[in-house]
Design a protein around this ligand. Structure first.
Ligand code: ZN
Length: 101
């Protein structure tokens, strides 16, 4: 099975939020392009955020999200590996915040 084609099979396909892992329909998701260029679609796959996470990351530390996405290997490792690594990094961030209280 070609995972990428399955993932992008049509515009109403379900996509997975890169932040929380929730599956939402693409029409309910927000495209997130870490390169900030939505029009050059060659050789890249878009990331998606569900609406709650999209709002959260607009209001909080967006540059921190960029760093975590890069550190987790966004676009360079498989999606499963990326999600595992992202969640590990997010947990570390949560613990850092908790320790600082
Ligand atoms: Zn989400």
């Amino acid at each position: 099975m070609d995972f990428r084609n399955a993932w992008h099979r049509d515009t109403d396909a379900e996509v997975r939020c890169i932040a929380c892992g929730e599956t939402v329909t693409r029409s309910d998701a927000r495209e997130y392009d870490k390169y900030g260029d939505r029009w050059n679609r060659d050789n890249k796959s878009f990331e998606y955020l569900c609406k709650p996470c999209y709002r959260e990351y607009c209001h909080f530390d967006r540059s921190g999200l960029e760093d975590r996405l890069e550190a987790a290997g966004a676009g360079t490792v498989s999606r499963d590996a990326f999600l595992r690594r992202y969640h590990d990094l997010a947990d570390e961030t949560e613990q850092t915040r908790a320790d600082g209280r």
